[in-house]
Structure formats: structure tokens, C-alpha cells
Design a protein. Structure first.
Length: 365
């Protein structure tokens, strides 16, 4: 069973970031459950004059014009549906655009409205506010909570990444049912995993220049790396700006690279010292896809229904990370087993194929 004609409303995002990867996945799922598709892309808006912007932006955001969504976008979306009577479903790729749900459900009550949540966005904003306490970040919490309340009230179907996100969203509207659709990514094929024979364990951190990655990497470089028999390589868009801040001798920061696969191929294990955020971490799914051992925090594994001891270790303190890394450095025969099981878990739970089965069951059963 499929929808006849899907209108897909999506932001313009780079696949260099986790949100972009998730967005591509969600668009692919929307395509798979509809016969015909019309894609409407919301692009970054041009900044108005400083004085005008200061007056209007707080009012607009309070109403629900967030993350580049503006009045012109909403009018154009309504016109597309008005001019295409065959549209029977609208897929919206972020819960920040809850205003769309309200406007469309009131004007076109017969059309099904489907939202994909990347996080419980208001919780995500709270996490960022903890790291950087500003009035602007406080207002963002309020804006996102209002937007998600509109999604929960006016949409017909909602996909969330994890039980944790579902729990947080039920604090806004307890009786609304959401479908848990875990993180999944395109299968690029596993690497030919081989354990290094060097004296030191080769660690890999993958992540873009983003507050939770920056926070975790600073902590890890200071509190863990001086005390382990290992070398850490950091790759990710924008991360090269940290070269002047992180001077730990066994940490190398490259920034953006063209071929991530090559760096996974030369690593012994992925490390993910992430302490802040919401939703699920794309970097964890990617490591599983390539078939890599993982050493990460509770936050890094949040939403992943896996037995962590079979793919690596869960660590939340400097001592736990140090002990785990040094143990693996001395017992490398374990790493190949971790890598094999990582790939099995990916294929079963975190591939696009697995996600499509859940999507169809929720929308059409």
C-alpha cells in the first residue's frame, strides 16, 4: 500500500552533519511509501536590515516561524496543495515547523500530515542552554516547545527516534501516540576490519563542529588521552579550528576529509565521549554500519537497543574510558569480535531496509 501523492517539505541541509544524514533518510522513506512526490525545499532566508529584524524576529518566532520557515513559505505550501488535488499526504522533515501542521490541518483537514522528529527539540535546546546560558538560548527552548506542541496536536503521524524522546514529548501532550523509528543510515558497506599491530591503539573520533562534540572532545583530550596507550585522530567538518585549543600530544585533528571510510579502515575503535544532546547519534549508526568497535557514553548509545558489551564499552568517567582503552590495547583479539557484531546489529536494526518495514507498518496498519 502507498499514498498517491506526497508533498515533502524539507530543509536544505548538508550531509556533512548528522541532521542532514537523517533528513536524507526520511526523504527516502517518504518516497518509498508514495507513488508520486513533490518536494518543497525551505532555504536559508536573507537577513533583513538590523532594525527591522530586531523588531519582527521575536514575534515571528513566537508564532512558529523557525529555522528559516517564513510566511511566504507557508503560503507557497498552501498553494501547492490547492493546485494539486491529488496530494493526500504531507511529510515534514523537522518538528520545528509545527506551524505548518496547524495551518494545513485547518485548511486541508482531509490530508494526512506526517512529521519526522530529529530530537525532542525543546530538550535539545535545554541541553545547549546548559552549555551556553544565554537569553537567546532560553527563548529557543520556549519556541521549540511551542512548535512541538503544534505538531503533537495537529499532525496525524509522528516518527520519533527513541523511547527517551517519546517520554519527553509526552510531557507536552501525554495522550498522543508516536512511532519509535530508530536512527538508520544508507548502507555503504562494511570495511575490511583489521586490528593494528602498533604499540598504541588507534582511536577515531568523528563529528562536526557542534557544541556537544566540542564539549566532549575537550574533556576527552584533557582527562583521558594523557593516560592511555593510544593515539586519537579527529575528523569532522569545522573541527580543525580546535587545533589551536587542543595541544595534547597524542591527539591529531584533521577537520573535514573527503573519504571517511579510509579513516575508519585504519582505526582500531571509535570513541564517542558525548555528554549532551537529545535524539540518537548518527556517529554511532555510522560506526555500526562500517563494523567498528565503539567506546562511548550513555548519551552516545541513547536510543540504541543493543548489548554494548558485545560491541565495545560504555564509559562515562575518565577512569572508565582509561581502563577500557588500555584493556583493549592489551587484549586486541576482542576487537574483531566487537566489529563483527556491530555490523550484524546495523543490518538488523539500523539500516534503511529495517526502517522501511517500521514505516510501512505504522502508516498503513
Amino acid at each position: 500500500m502507498k499514498f498517491n501523492h506526497a508533498l515533502i517539505i524539507t530543509p536544505r541541509q548538508s550531509p556533512d552533519f548528522g541532521a542532514g544524514v537523517m533528513n536524507q533518510r526520511n526523504v527516502k522513506l517518504a518516497n518509498a511509501v508514495s507513488i508520486k512526490q513533490t518536494v518543497y525545499e525551505i532555504k536559508p532566508v536573507e537577513t533583513k536590515g538590523f532594525f527591522v529584524q530586531r523588531i519582527t524576529k521575536y514575534i515571528d518566532r513566537a508564532v512558529g516561524y523557525l529555522s528559516n520557515l517564513n510566511k511566504e513559505n507557508v503560503a507557497q505550501i498552501e498553494n501547492i496543495i490547492q493546485n494539486n488535488p491529488s496530494v493526500d499526504v504531507v511529510f515534514v522533515m523537522t518538528s520545528r515547523w509545527g506551524l505548518i501542521a496547524k495551518r494545513l490541518k485547518k485548511k486541508f483537514p482531509h490530508i494526512k500530515i506526517v512529521f519526522f522528529f530529529h530530537n525532542a527539540e525543546y530538550v535539545y535546546a535545554k541541553e545547549e542552554h546548559k552549555v551556553n546560558k544565554t537569553f537567546k538560548n532560553f527563548l529557543t527552548i520556549c519556541y521549540f516547545k511551542h512548535a512541538e506542541k503544534l505538531v503533537l496536536r495537529y499532525s496525524d503521524f509522528r516518527f520519533v527516534l527513541s523511547k527517551r524522546d517519546d517520554f519527553e514529548l509526552k510531557k507536552i501532550m501525554p495522550k498522543v501516540n508516536n512511532c519509535i523509528l530508530p536512527m538508520s543510515i544508507e548502507d555503504m558497506g562494511k570495511i575490511d576490519y583489521k586490528v593494528s599491530t602498533d604499540n598504541v591503539l588507534k582511536l577515531l573520533f568523528v563529528g562536526s563542529y557542534f557544541f556537544a562534540n566540542i564539549e566532549g572532545l575537550h574533556w576527552f583530550a584533557k582527562n583521558v588521552m594523557p593516560f592511555v596507550k593510544a593515539e586519537l585522530l579527529v575528523v569532522g567538518k569545522g573541527m580543525d579550528v580546535l587545533k589551536d585549543e587542543i595541544k595534547t600530544s597524542n591527539v591529531q585533528i584533521l577537520g573535514r576529509v573527503e573519504d571517511l571510510r579510509a579513516y575508519y579502515q585504519t582505526a582500531d575503535t571509535v570513541v564517542s565521549p558525548i555528554f549532551s544532546g537529545s535524539g540518537m547519534k548518527t556517529k554511532t549508526a555510522e560506526a555500526l554500519m562500517y563494523g567498528m568497535p565503539i567506546i562511548g557514553t550513555t548519551e552516545s548509545f541513547s536510543g540504541y537497543d543493543i548489548e554494548i558489551e558485545q560491541i565495545g564499552r560504555e564509559c562515562n568517567t575518565d577512569k572508565e574510558f582509561i581502563d577500557a582503552i588500555n584493556y583493549m590495547a592489551d587484549n586486541r583479539s576482542l576487537l574483531a569480535d566487537y566489529a563483527q557484531y556491530s555490523r550484524i546489529l546495523f543490518e538488523k536494526h539500523y539500516s534503511i531496509k529495517a526502517s522501511l518495514l517500521i514505516t510501512k507498518k505504522y502508516l498503513f496498519s
